[in-house]
Design a protein around this ligand. Structure first.
Ligand code: GLU
Length: 467
């Protein structure tokens, strides 16, 4: 089998949307699975709406998700001469023609057709004009589409889809200002780039028959098509800002990991038995376009959060620590060098944090000297006996040698036996003194990470402030 070639072809008119990211992911996966090529093409022929900022945002989003491309990014705006050349070729072959009908004339014809109950199609006035040099009037170039027969394709997701050619218009392929139109450039690019499979959103289904007719006119091989259903919000309307963030990078900023996002996006439409957890490597093995469902996926933020918690819990602490740095900076911790090692801190928190924001919030106290103590907790767990208990604990900790969680637990046990108290009478006060909060990581782990000296300082500071 010859090599498969897939592409992602975003229009750079905004950030990378979750829907676009899923389309990119499906293309990437199929390319990797079949050891083909994944091409990135920036569809920027709409010069007025395309921006470099959007291009950068799209590339950043793809890089963050780990979707690397083998060829490109190619820019359609670099290809105008190529498109022009193909327009000329089609005209010379009698497959396209110059149309001089003015916008007003077309509008009048459209209205008349509608009034008479007909289709508002181009009526073919210029279809059979001799195609010499133009006569100085402005013109568009139209594709001479077949007027009879059926155009169909076997969609890899939706099955056979067919359109009557009689329904299709003589498509404008070049505007009055000489610029080519969207459906035309997509075909020229996919044909010249040798794209074998086009996976894209099903909002393009209506473009596909027109594009197939163009491939045929150009005598190019028609690729396979797979049209992916929309993503909907919980109310079954098309996913939009109303439902929350739709930009992939906004999810990074909200503390989501790329592997959670990839795992979530792939499951929005694709399934593999009842498995839920997939790494990119897994997906390369298991993904197939045939297992993408025909119905629209509903975006479920709770499920994404659940996956994110899973990946944080099972993540490598060193990597998570690296990813945590910018979130800590945002919270005023610009340097963790004076405090405990960040990976060790992460280990005490990753079990419970659902996002990197929660992880950062949870990590803050480790790097703060002045803690604000939870008032209710203080009222409940601090009493006149507390200073002696905290100092007693510190003494025991000083005597255990290496501060492992087992040794720390031993120190607590000894203290409790000696004073005839239960762990519950000292533990919560220690937790408050060290972290300021009643909901911190495990007390033993916290002491291990803070170390003896810092633990001592924190206990004394709490005594001075609270007792
Ligand atoms: N540029 C189009 C879009 O962003 C994609 C076209 C295609 O995939 O054929 O919707």
């Amino acid at each position: 089998m010859s090599q498969v070639r897939l592409r992602f072809a975003p229009s750079p008119t905004g950030y990378l949307h979750v829907g676009g990211a899923r389309t990119a992911l499906f293309n990437w996966l199929l390319a990797r699975k079949q050891q083909g090529k994944f091409i990135l093409r920036i569809e920027d022929t709409d010069v007025a709406r395309s921006t470099q900022e959007s291009v950068d945002a799209i590339l950043e989003g793809m890089t963050w998700l780990g979707l690397d491309w083998d060829e490109g990014p190619f820019y359609q705006s670099d290809n105008f001469p190529l498109y022009k050349e193909h327009v000329e070729k089609l005209i010379s072959a009698g497959k396209a023609y110059k149309c001089y009908c003015s916008a007003e004339e077309l509008e009048a014809k459209r209205e008349k057709a509608l009034k008479e109950g007909g289709k508002p199609k181009y009526d073919g006035t210029c279809r059979n004009l001799p195609q010499g040099a133009d006569d100085g009037r402005p013109y568009v170039v139209r594709f001479k589409a077949p007027q009879e027969g059926t155009t169909y394709w076997n969609d890899l997701i939706k099955g056979k889809i067919s359109f009557e050619n009689a329904e299709l218009d003589d498509l404008i392929i070049q505007r009055t200002d000489g610029t080519p139109t969207y459906n035309f450039v997509v075909v020229i690019d996919d044909a010249t780039m040798g794209v074998t499979t086009v996976i894209r959103g099903d909002d393009h289904v209506n473009n596909t028959p027109r594009q197939i007719l163009l491939y045929e006119a150009l005598e190019a091989t028609v690729p396979q098509f797979a049209h992916v259903p929309m993503i909907l919000g919980a109310d079954k309307a098309r996913l939009s800002k109303r439902h929350g963030a739709t930009s992939v990078m906004a999810y990074r900023d909200m503390g989501f990991l790329p592997e959670a996002m990839v795992n979530y996006l792939v499951r929005l439409g694709w399934s593999y038995g009842d498995e839920e957890i997939f790494s990119l490597e897994d997906l390369i093995q298991k993904f197939s376009i045939e297992n993408v469902g025909r119905s629209a996926g509903v975006f479920n933020p709770d499920k994404l959060l659940w996956l994110n918690a899973h990946y944080i819990k099972n993540g490598d602490p060193v990597r998570l620590a690296g990813l945590l740095v910018p979130f800590l900076k945002e919270r005023g911790v610009t340097d963790t060098a004076g405090g405990p090692e960040l990976p060790a801190v992460v280990k005490t928190l990753q079990e419970r944090a659902k996002t990197m924001l929660e992880l950062a919030d949870g990590a803050l106290f480790y790097y703060q000297q002045e803690l604000s103590y939870d008032e209710k907790g203080v009222a409940k767990f601090f009493n006149p006996e507390t200073p002696a208990l905290l100092r007693g604990l510190f003494e025991k900790l000083g005597a255990v040698g290496e501060l492992t969680t087992v040794a720390i637990e031993g120190a607590f046990k000894e203290l409790c036996e000696e004073k005839g108290i239960k762990l519950g009478q000292v533990g919560p006060a220690v937790r408050l003194a060290l972290s300021g909060s009643t909901a911190s990581p495990g007390i033993y782990e916290m002491i291990e990470v803070l170390g003896l000296e810092e633990t001592g300082k924190r206990l004394e500071r709490a005594i001075a402030k609270l007792c």
